[in-house]
Ligand binder design. Structure first.
Ligand SMILES: Cc1cc2nc3c(=O)[nH]c(=O)nc-3n(C[C@H](O)[C@H](O)[C@H](O)COP(=O)(O)OP(=O)(O)OC[C@H]3O[C@@H](n4cnc5c(N)ncnc54)[C@H](O)[C@@H]3O)c2cc1C
Length: 571
């Protein structure tokens, strides 16, 4: 494939005369960037050809004579599995762009008429297509030796853009696809009598692959939900906590880890579990992706499969007062439906609301007994213009519910920034009207992830690094702002200002809570407390111990306050 306007003319040339000081990471275009001989030496140590990632729309350029299959690009643009198979793609396209201090945006838009040229933006310049821990070890050693700005990318789903950076060197874990089920897995260093029915996933396994594998064993595991199951099952999801519709039954993803393999910045490959390096093991379970090392695989608990009851509800109206009334009642009932074992997802705006909830080992009659009062409440509002539908469906397994709903594409391929808040049970019990009113006022609606409570709340908050605020929460709410490609930096800034206002309002109504780092905003005022709570000082000490080269730096991650806003130079 030909390369158009990437690399040389990218504005990175402006850096060519600068040389990196030891307090700054070296990026492409600087004199410190490794030369061809040095990259050849690296090539000799790894199993796959070095990658030279390009923005995913690059095959569509130049518009007059596209260099690749632009039809495939258009077809794949909104498909999370297609995007994760592209070494240069993120799932939210804004992270592929770069905004200069003067407001100019470096981008390679799908709409080729906007700038007519494809620019590299924040897409890494060189990468290692890791297949084995030894590939990662070689890449880590190379990054340390040359003081490179390193990124670790798996699927690129990150909402804070943590898996990409302009001018960076990338470790891409996407192709580490090994899956092993072991009905008597003994953690390294554990007594032989301690065994688990466990599944081990390579760092690049995605949820659709993990679910197919565990279903084949007649079992289930705690995992994420996204169109096509494209989120990574053994990367940022679990390292940041990992919520799931099964979390209220079995705990968060981080609560379900038995063991992990990790390459540290020293280049050493280590195992972390309750017996080997328990402090590192603690930090990796919720203390943030891309921070302590590169995880090579994760071993998870699994559980026998079970049937679920599912309820579906949809309401529409142009009367926002009526919708707010429905939403307020919906908010009020959550402590009770949590106690009855329910979980799931909802999308809410001033004119539409829909939810799909499940409960394990629950009959249709039990489901209806729980939800009928709410359905009746909503039906009684039809005279005021509310259009309502609801139904209850039994599924023979969680897997059949999941595949029925999520075997699709979408959710990705747009420009957005979001924020998150963990809504405490206490707010539902003591202040639900004000809570509902504040959320309902958010412009553009919000996602309502009813993935906490139950077992999440019963687990010792200090047993893993996950933000302790999860243990008091019932719901994680996520909301944001989105824009079309080609928007100016001024237009985007205005949307970010709106996002900050929304964040201030939601924080004010839940003052002692926090946010879910994996679905959070770059603009949290006190990110240390908001994302990590009282675990932050311990996490920082563990980071210092296991990352002596301070190689792993991500936006708003543990230790990131040492760095400037581009995470290039120590501030
Ligand atoms: C459509 C969509 C649906 C989602 N659904 C859910 C959901 O159901 N539950 C939920 O909890 N979250 C969900 N998320 C959020 C998701 O957990 C985060 O985006 C998460 O960061 C994705 O991790 P990843 O490895 O797939 O992505 P990446 O963007 O590749 O990685 C994210 C972060 O983890 C780091 N990282 C990745 N792999 C490794 C590794 N092997 N070692 C060390 N660091 C690594 C990266 O450096 C980066 O900092 C969803 C996001 C999207 C866009």
């Amino acid at each position: 494939m030909r390369v158009f306007n990437v690399l040389a003319p990218l504005g990175l040339g402006a850096l060519a005369c600068a040389s990196s000081s030891s307090d700054c990471r070296c990026i492409y275009g600087e004199t410190c960037w490794p030369n061809t001989t040095q990259f050849d030496q690296l090539q000799g140590q790894i199993s796959q050809p070095l990658l030279h990632p390009l923005p995913p729309a690059s095959p569509c350029y130049p518009p007059s004579d596209p260099s690749g299959n632009c039809t495939a690009v258009n077809q794949g643009w909104g498909d999370g599995n297609w995007r994760s198979s592209q070494d240069g793609a993120m799932q939210s396209t804004n992270w592929e762009t770069f905004t200069f201090k003067n407001g100019t945006i470096d981008a390679c838009y799908l709409n080729t008429t906007i700038t007519k040229i494809c620019e590299q933006g924040s897409v890494p310049v060189v990468g290692v297509d890791a297949r084995e821990p030894s590939d990662i070890q070689a890449a880590v050693n190379f990054a340390v030796e040359h003081n490179l700005r390193l990124v670790v990318k798996n699927t690129g789903h990150d909402y804070l853009g943590r898996s990409t950076a302009r001018g960076s060197f990338m470790i891409w874990t996407h192709n580490m696809k090994n899956i092993t089920y072991n009905s008597s897995f003994v953690p390294e260093g554990a007594p032989a009598t301690e065994s688990y029915e466990a599944i081990t996933l390579g760092a690049g396994v995605q949820w659709h692959e993990a679910y197919d594998a565990i279903q084949a064993q007649g079992r289930v595991m705690v995992g994420g939900a996204s169109a096509g199951g494209s989120v990574g099952a053994a990367g940022g999801w679990v390292l940041g906590g990992g919520h799931s519709s099964l979390a209220p039954s079995f705990g968060l993803g981080a609560d379900n880890v038995v063991e992990m393999g990790v390459v540290l910045s020293t280049g050493e490959y280590v195992v972390a579990n309750s017996y080997q390096r328990p402090d590192l093991f603690w930090a990796l379970r919720g203390g943030g992706g891309g921070t302590y090392g590169v995880v090579t695989h994760v071993t998870y608990h699994t559980y026998p499969s079970f049937p679920v009851a599912a309820v579906f509800f949809e309401a529409n109206t142009t009367n926002t007062d009526v919708m707010q009334t429905v939403f307020t009642e919906f908010t009020r009932i959550h402590p009770a439906i949590s106690d009855a074992g329910w979980s799931g997802y909802a999308l809410i705006s001033s004119e539409a609301m829909g939810f799909f909830y499940i409960a394990p080992n629950t009959s249709v009659a039990q489901a209806n007994a729980t939800f009928d009062p709410f359905f009746t409440f909503a039906q009684n509002l039809t005279s005021q213009g509310l259009i309502v539908s609801n139904y209850t469906v039994p599924f023979d397994s969680w897997y059949s519910w999941y595949t029925t709903l999520f075997n699709t594409t979408g959710q990705v391929g747009g420009n957005s920034q979001i924020s998150s808040r963990l809504l405490p049970r206490e707010s539902f019990e003591n202040n639900y009207e004000q809570l509902a009113k504040t959320l309902f006022a958010l412009p553009g609606g919000y996602s309502w992830n009813f993935v906490a409570g139950g077992e999440v709340s019963r687990i010792d908050p200090d047993s893993v690094a996950v933000n302790p605020a999860w243990r008091d929460a019932l719901v994680e709410v996520a909301y944001g702002e989105s824009w079309d490609e080609g928007a100016t930096s001024g237009e985007i800034d205005a949307l970010i200002s709106q996002l900050k206002q929304s964040m201030a309002a939601v924080s004010a109504i839940t003052p002692n809570s926090g946010a879910y780092y994996n679905e959070a905003s770059l603009y949290e005022v006190d990110f240390q407390y908001t994302f990590f709570g009282e675990h932050y000082p311990s996490l920082l000490a563990i980071k210092d111990k296991y990352d002596p080269h301070r190689l792993f730096v991500v936006a708003k991650g543990v230790g990131s306050e040492e760095w400037d806003s581009e995470l290039r130079c120590r501030s």
